[in-house]
Design a protein around this ligand. Structure first.
Ligand SMILES: Cc1ncc(COP(=O)(O)O)c(C=O)c1O
Length: 364
């Protein structure tokens, strides 16, 4: 840790070194509360996805607000969250190699882990290793609800569930289906229709299982863009939304139910006439979902990013000189967060604390 990274609480957030991720704590907490209140009102649980925030600091705030646990995309994230004191972890993805399953056994000694399955050979391997360790692993079946990523189809589900139930070392808990193909649909009516179609498939899966005397305790789904659709579908028991905590620039194009809490603080390093260069680049801000935007000051248009330079154009009469600070919002928070070591958390522009992004790079 460098000395320049230690700041006194109470300084202006613009005094910290750049490029840095800054998060307005008041806004993030309002987002957490709004989502949890909505879930409570609609009688579903929150199991927020931590692939966005990658830090026990934020996961604990979500659990304090009422979440029953969290989701982790990767085993490395689950290990980090278990070490950080998070006790209920769903990995809504597949863990398939012997190497990784033995790590899963270790995580399950610290926290209760649940994992998604969709393949019999994988179920066999999970069962063997957990049985050998005299442990039980909770599993849910991933159903393909139309995203065509992972997941079983309806005609396989009874046979597959029975296969799991007959295996030692496993506890069958229910089903999940992620409607990732509908979360960003711009027109609300279209989003409702496509999400309802996807969730009909998931609820059908539940009905088919129950008709075959297989109990389904958990029906898990939803991203930020579908929280207010999926939560209202009878039978859904929990939501996996994650991006709402900071809100992505891209999601803000679709709806503004949650407020943007995160930006990258940058410094002007060059100015010639209307062209300025700021000190973020592809190594400190992502553009997998499009070019980031300058949110402050107004009247600065982001043109292009290279590794360590960001070229912008000043539109009109903006007073910016070398050394001045600029706030930039990425279109996709998750991939930007993965590039940084710390969050610099502030309240209304006043620095509060530095928070380590412990899950940065934990993609194994
Ligand atoms: C399985 C799963 N659940 C939930 C989410 C959360 O979605 P969002 O970031 O839109 O909240 C994702 C996002 O990739 C996901 O892959």
């Amino acid at each position: 840790m460098t000395t320049t990274e230690n700041y006194k609480k109470g300084i202006k957030i613009t005094e910290i070194d750049t490029p840095s991720i800054i998060v307005d704590l008041n806004i993030a907490q309002e987002n957490i509360k709004k989502m949890q209140d909505f879930a409570n009102k609609n009688d579903v649980s929150m199991r927020p996805h931590s692939k966005t925030n990658k830090s026990p600091y934020w996961a604990k705030k979500q659990i304090e607000a009422g979440a029953i646990g969290i989701c982790c995309a990767k085993l490395g994230e689950a290990e980090m969250m278990a070490d950080g004191g998070i006790k209920e972890i769903l990995i809504p993805n597949q863990i398939v190699t012997e190497q990784k399953i033995s790590r899963l056994v270790e995580v399950n000694k610290k926290s209760k882990v649940m994992v998604a399955v969709e393949n019999k050979e994988n179920v066999d391997n999970l069962s063997n290793q957990f049985e050998k360790n005299s442990m039980k692993l909770s599993v849910i079946i991933e159903v393909n609800v139309g995203m065509d990523r992972c997941g079983v189809e309806l005609d396989e589900i009874v046979d597959f569930a029975q296969f799991i139930i007959d295996k030692p070392g496993l506890e069958f808990e229910g089903i999940m289906g992620y409607e990732g193909h509908t979360v960003n649909i711009g027109n609300f009516e279209d989003r409702v229709n496509e999400t309802t179609k996807a969730m009909d498939k998931l609820i059908n899966a539940k009905t088919i299982l129950e008709d075959n005397d297989i109990a389904v305790n958990i029906v898990s789904a939803s991203g930020t863009g579908t929280y207010n659709i999926t939560s209202k579908i009878p039978g859904i028991t929990e939501l996996q939304c994650g991006s709402y905590i900071f809100m992505d620039g891209n999601y803000l194009k679709v709806f503004d139910d949650f407020q943007p809490a995160l930006s990258v603080l940058c410094t002007v390093v060059s100015r010639r006439d209307n062209r300025i260069v700021i000190d973020c680049g592809l190594k400190s801000i992502s553009m997998d979902q499009g070019l980031p935007e300058v949110v402050y000051p107004k009247g600065v248009k982001l043109i292009s990013l290279s590794e360590e330079h960001c070229k912008c154009e000043i539109e009109g009469d903006v007073d910016l000189k070398i050394g001045d600070k600029v706030f930039v919002r990425p279109m996709h928070s998750d991939t930007t967060i993965n590039l940084h070591e710390n969050y610099f958390v502030h309240r209304d522009g006043v620095f509060d604390e530095k928070v380590e992004i412990v899950g940065r790079g934990k993609f194994k």
